[in-house]
Design a binder for this molecule. Structure first.
Ligand code: 5GP
Ligand code: MN
Length: 345
């Protein structure tokens, strides 16, 4: 791991950049802190290098990220497809961050796939697809933001890093590691974080902006999720939360309000698998989390058409909530043994 940056293609990205003028940066649906942090860090870096850059994302980002430098300039495909398509049509390069397959971008992904524009990937999810002409993908790294730091600093532009870029990158690293509690067992993550502090960020203030800005209804939704919404199956070391459309309406759900909720189910002693089932208009959004070597990437990929990381994954299912949960429950006996003896590799 310590030498994972050897033989990376950072210089190849620089070569592609040298041939480009108008650049789009994009990321996945339901963007989280890493998706937006990595995108905006790349955006600011490219602007400082005088590229004409734009961040275009499939759907709205959570309000708790709206303070990030550059966030107000993000274009949202769902809200303004005409302009977004025009910008994509004019671009010479699309930089894809924090996802591994254009399917993760819904309609925007289909449009990007059909456009002839070159696409490169900078990401940390397992199994990157063949949608991209150039891929930088390390699944063991904490976050895409950490990788963006490496890209900028290792390809000769460390002096371009500034406080604003550092705020974006810190947000990505902090949120993807659950405030440095998982996916962060490598020294390098902390060395990079120290560099971000040297650039003048205020970590305590950033944490307040991200985590201490709940609306009352968001906190009450969390309260419901971990009481009435929660089922614990001790014999399978599994806990899951169901939030129906009615639940979400009752608590005045806003984008981002369920971010982190699934982790509470995993925080129970001896619970090694946690799931959140969230009913949407025409699909169910599923989040999986696990401890140790039980791979929820595999679970999501093989049984729910999703994917992600070994300990954090997700999927979108077109079945009803009941059928989605039933199919999850039907799998548990098969995993009982594995779920009883998780260990860390
Ligand atoms: P979350 O549960 O926070 O939405 O997502 C957890 C992880 O799984 C993230 O890394 C996210 O990118 C990934 N993920 C979430 N939903 C999907 C999905 O539908 N397909 C795939 N391939 N990955 C997903
Ligand atoms: Mn990420």
């Amino acid at each position: 791991m310590e030498n994972y940056l050897e033989n990376t293609d950072f210089h190849k990205i620089q070569e592609v950049l040298a041939r480009s003028g108008k650049i789009i940066i994009t990321t996945h649906t339901n963007p989280d802190g890493d998706a937006i942090g990595a995108s905006l860090a790349m955006y600011r870096y490219l602007k400082k290098r005088d590229f004409e850059a734009r961040v275009i994302i499939p759907d709205q980002y959570p309000e708790f990220l709206a303070w990030l430098p550059g966030s107000q300039e993000i274009l949202i495909f769902e809200e303004d497809p005409v302009n977004c398509k025009a910008f994509i049509g004019e671009s010479d390069l699309i930089i894809c961050v924090d996802f591994n397959n254009l399917n993760r971008l819904n309609e925007l992904g289909r449009y990007i796939r059909s456009s002839g524009t070159a696409k490169i990937l900078i990401d940390h999810h397992l199994y990157p697809s063949d949608d991209f002409s150039l891929k930088i993908s390390f699944s063991r790294i904490s976050s895409t933001s950490e990788l963006i730091y490496d890209f900028i600093s290792e390809s000769g532009y460390k002096h371009f890093l500034d406080k604003e870029i550092a705020e974006c990158l810190y947000t990505g690293i902090a949120t993807d590691t659950g405030s440095f509690s998982y996916a962060c067992n490598y020294v390098k993550t902390y060395l990079i974080t120290a560099e971000l502090f040297k650039l003048g960020i205020d970590g305590e203030h950033i944490h307040r902006l991200i985590y201490d800005t709940y609306s009352e209804s968001r906190l009450r939704l969390l309260g419901y999720a971990v009481s009435g919404g929660l089922t614990v199956l001790h014999e399978f070391h599994t806990a899951y939360i169901i939030l129906t459309k009615e639940d979400l309406k009752r608590f005045n759900y806003k984008v981002g309000d369920t971010e982190g909720v699934v982790n509470y189910a995993l925080s129970i002693k001896d619970i090694n698998l946690a799931a959140l089932f969230m009913e949407r208009d025409d699909e169910v959004k599923v989040s999986f989390r696990s401890k140790g070597n039980f791979s929820v990437d595999r679970l999501a990929r093989e049984h729910f058409g999703g994917g992600g990381h070994s300990n954090a994954s997700g999927a979108n299912c077109s079945m009803s909530v009941k059928d989605t949960v039933d199919s999850f429950l039907a799998l548990l006996p098969e995993f009982r043994e594995q779920l009883t003896h998780v260990y860390k590799d």
